[in-house]
Design a protein around this ligand. Structure first.
Ligand code: ATP
Ligand code: MG
Length: 578
C-alpha cells in the first residue's frame, strides 16, 4: 500500500487547503475555459448507480464534480445511472439525495436518470444499426467471452456479425418487444475483434432482461450496458467534462467511438484515482455484503464508511469536504491513511463542539469533609477555543463519580491521578485527597473512594494556584444523567481489509472489537435534553454525538465520533504511528 505518497500529499495540501490546491483536472478545466471550449461552459455530473449507499469514496467524486462546477460558475447534475434493474432500488436513490445534500451540494432541478433516456438510447442504437455499426448477436454470454480472445490473442468475429441491416433492425425490435428470453441475444457494436483494447472487441450495447425497473416498470425488456448508456447520457445533458475513476481509462476509446459514430455533442472523459482508505472497504458490493450478512446493523451503522454511517457517527460535512480537498486529485492509485480523515474531523470539532463532562465507567467518591446536602454551582467553560460559546454551571456535591481509570490503589510509576494519600484537581472545582478505599467484602472490588477536599483551592480563592500533577473530570452523583455510550474502533483489524491468507475470506478481517457498548455511563445534567445529532467533546475522552436512531429523552445514546488522540498530527510531525 502506498501510504507514504498519500501522507506527503496531505502535507503539501495542508497549506493550500483553504485556497484549494491545484490539480490536473482543475488545470484542464481552467485551460478549456481560457480557450473558449464548450462556449466557455463547464458542466459536470455525479452519476451514482443506485445499488447501495454512498460512501466516502463517492464523497471525493461529489466534491470534485460539484466543487469544480461551483468554482467556475458552472453546473453539476445529479444523474442516477440506473441501467441495471436487478440491483437497484428507490431506497438507494433517496439515500443518495439525502447524502449529497448533507455534504452541502445542490443540483437544482437537474435530477436526472439514465432510465429517462431509454427511448433516446434506443434510437441511438437504431442509428448505429442503420449505419452498419451495430448488430444483433446470438452468441451466449459464455460464447462471447470465448470469442473475445485474450490480451495476447486477438478475438474471432461472431458468426452473426454480418447480418443485414434489415435483419438487425427486425431482431432488435423483437428483443425490445420481449419476444426472446433473457440472455438469448445481445446488440453489439461492430468495431474490431482484433483491437488490442478488449473493450473495443465488439462490446455489448444491449442485453435482454425481463426485470421490473424501479422507474420504468415493465416497459423495457432490454437494457443498455453502462458503456453504451454513460457517454450518450453525458452528451444528452450537454456535459463538458465527464470525470470518472481510473478503471474507466480503458473504456475511453469506446466512450469516444460511440459519440463519434453518432456525431453528437462530445464531452471529454477525464479519469482520476479513486480513494482508498486504510482499515476501510470501499465498494458498494462489499458494503452490501456487510449489511446483508449482519456484520453491521445497517447501511448507517456508525462503523460503516457510508455517508449515512459517518453522519450517524457524528462526522461533519465540513470535515469530509476538507479531507476531500486535502487528499487532492491524482492519476495514480494510492491509499490514504484513515488518520488523516480523523485529523480533519478533530480540527473541525475542536472549533465547534461544546465541552462537557461525562464519566463512562463510574467510580463513586465521597468527600468526607464536604457538607452533606450542599450543592455548589461551579462555572465551566463551554469551549476554550471560542469564548463566545460562554460558560455553564456544573453542580458540585459531596458524592461524585470519577472514571475508574482515574484511580489506582497501587499506582504504577508515572501514574499521577488519584491513589491513596495522593491529590488531584477536580476540573473547575477543588483539589481532593484520597484517604480511604471501600471494597466489596466478597468480590474485593472497589466500590467507593473516600476523600477530603481543600476548600481554598477553588478558582478565585487563596490556594487556587496550588499545583497538583493531574486534573480529572467528575460528575455529581445526584445530578448526573444516565446514558449509554457506544465506543467504535475500525471495522477492520487490518490496514488492507483484502489482505487475507489464501483461501480465507476478507470477512475474517472484521475487527471483533469494533464496537463496545457501555450502558451505565453518566453525563452532565445539561445533556438531559440533548437532541439527536448534537455533538460534544466529553473532556479528556473524545468527541461524541447523540445517536440519531436509538437515542430518546429517557434513554440517551451517544456515539464516540473520534478520540482526542491525533495520530495524524504525530505522523506529520515525524513521530511514530501507533
Ligand atoms: P462502488 O464499487 O462503490 O459501487 P462505483 O464506481 O461502481 O463504486 P458508482 O455508483 O458507479 O459506484 O459511482 C459514482 C461515481 O463515484 C463514479 O463516477 C465513480 O467513479 C465515483 N466513485 C466511486 N467510488 C469512488 C472512490 N472510491 N473514489 C472516488 N470516486 C469514486
Ligand atoms: Mg458500480
Amino acid at each position: 500500500m502506498d501510504i507514504e505518497v498519500a501522507k506527503d500529499k496531505g502535507k503539501e495540501a495542508k497549506s493550500a487547503a483553504e485556497s484549494g490546491p491545484s490539480h490536473f483536472i482543475r488545470n484542464i478545466v481552467t485551460e478549456d475555459l481560457k480557450q473558449g471550449k464548450n462556449d466557455h461552459r463547464i458542466h459536470t455530473r455525479f452519476p451514482p448507480e443506485p445499488n447501495g449507499y454512498l460512501h466516502i469514496g463517492h464523497a471525493k467524486a461529489i466534491c470534485l464534480n460539484f466543487g469544480l462546477a461551483a468554482e467556475f460558475n458552472g453546473l453539476c447534475n445529479l444523474r442516477f445511472d440506473d441501467t441495471n434493474p436487478s440491483k437497484e432500488d428507490v431506497e438507494y436513490v433517496e439515500s443518495m439525495k439525502t447524502d449529497v445534500r448533507w455534504l452541502g451540494f445542490d443540483w437544482g432541478n437537474r435530477e436526472y436518470y439514465a432510465s429517462d433516456y431509454f427511448g433516446r438510447l434506443y434510437q441511438f442504437a437504431i442509428q448505429l444499426i442503420k449505419s452498419g455499426k451495430a448488430y444483433v448477436c446470438d452468441l451466449s454470454g459464455e460464447e462471447i467471452r470465448e470469442y473475445r480472445g485474450t490480451l495476447t490473442e486477438p478475438g474471432r468475429n461472431s458468426p452473426y456479425r454480418d447480418r443485414s441491416v434489415e435483419e438487425n433492425l427486425d431482431l432488435f425490435e423483437r428483443m425490445k418487444e420481449g419476444e426472446f428470453s433473457d440472455g438469448a441475444r445481445t446488440l453489439r457494436a461492430k468495431i474490431d475483434m482484433a483491437s488490442p483494447n478488449l473493450n473495443l472487441r465488439d462490446p455489448v450495447m444491449y442485453r435482454i432482461l425481463h426485470a421490473t425497473h424501479h422507474r420504468t416498470g415493465d416497459a423495457w425488456s432490454i437494457y443498455p450496458t453502462y458503456d453504451f448508456a454513460h457517454g450518450q447520457s453525458d452528451s444528452i445533458e450537454g456535459i463538458t467534462h465527464s470525470i470518472c475513476t481510473l478503471e474507466f481509462e480503458d473504456h475511453r476509446p469506446l466512450y469516444d467511438w460511440f459519440l463519434e459514430q453518432l456525431n453528437i455533442h462530445h464531452p471529454q472523459q477525464i479519469e482520476f484515482a479513486r480513494l482508498n482508505l486504510t482499515y476501510t472497504a470501499l465498494s458498494k458490493r462489499k458494503l452490501l455484503q456487510l449489511v446483508e450478512q449482519g456484520h453491521v446493523s445497517g447501511w448507517d451503522d456508525p462503523r460503516m464508511p457510508t455517508l449515512a454511517g459517518f453522519r450517524r457517527r457524528g462526522y461533519t460535512p465540513e470535515a469530509i469536504r476538507t479531507f476531500c480537498e486535502r487528499i487532492g486529485v491524482a492519476k495514480r492509485n494510492s491509499t490514504v491513511d484513515i488518520a488523516m480523515l480523523e485529523h480533519s474531523l478533530r480540527e473541525d470539532l475542536n472549533k465547534r463542539a461544546p465541552r462537557v463532562m461525562a464519566v463512562l465507567r463510574p467510580l463513586k467518591i465521597v468527600i468526607d469533609n464536604y457538607p452533606e446536602g450542599q450543592v455548589e454551582e461551579l462555572d465551566a467553560v463551554n469551549n476554550p477555543e471560542d469564548p463566545s460559546m460562554g460558560t455553564r454551571r456544573v453542580p458540585f456535591t459531596r458524592e461524585l463519580y470519577i472514571e475508574q481509570d482515574d484511580f489506582r490503589e497501587e499506582p504504577p510509576k508515572g501514574f499521577f491521578r488519584l491513589s491513596p494519600g495522593r491529590e488531584v484537581r477536580l476540573r473547575y472545582a477543588y483539589i481532593v485527597k484520597c484517604i480511604g478505599v471501600v471494597k466489596d467484602s466478597k468480590s474485593g472490588e472497589i466500590t467507593e473512594i473516600h476523600c477530603t477536599y481543600d476548600p481554598e483551592t477553588k478558582s478565585g480563592l487563596s490556594q487556587s494556584a496550588r499545583k497538583v500533577k493531574a486534573t480529572i473530570h467528575w460528575l455529581s452523583v445526584h445530578h448526573a444523567v444516565e446514558a449509554e455510550v457506544r465506543l467504535y474502533d475500525h471495522l477492520f483489524a487490518k490496514e488492507d481489509p483484502e489482505d487475507v491468507p489464501d483461501g480465507s475470506d476478507w470477512i475474517a478481517n472484521i475487527n471483533p472489537k469494533s464496537l463496545e457498548r457501555l450502558t451505565s455511563c453518566r453525563v452532565e445534567p445539561v445533556l438531559a435534553n440533548a437532541k439527536p445529532g448534537e455533538r460534544y467533546q466529553f473532556e479528556r475522552l473524545g468527541y461524541f454525538c447523540v445517536d440519531n436512531v436509538d437515542s430518546s429523552p429517557g434513554h440517551l445514546v451517544f456515539n464516540r465520533t473520534v478520540t482526542l488522540r491525533d495520530t495524524w498530527a504525530r505522523i506529520e510531525s515525524g513521530g511514530k504511528r501507533r
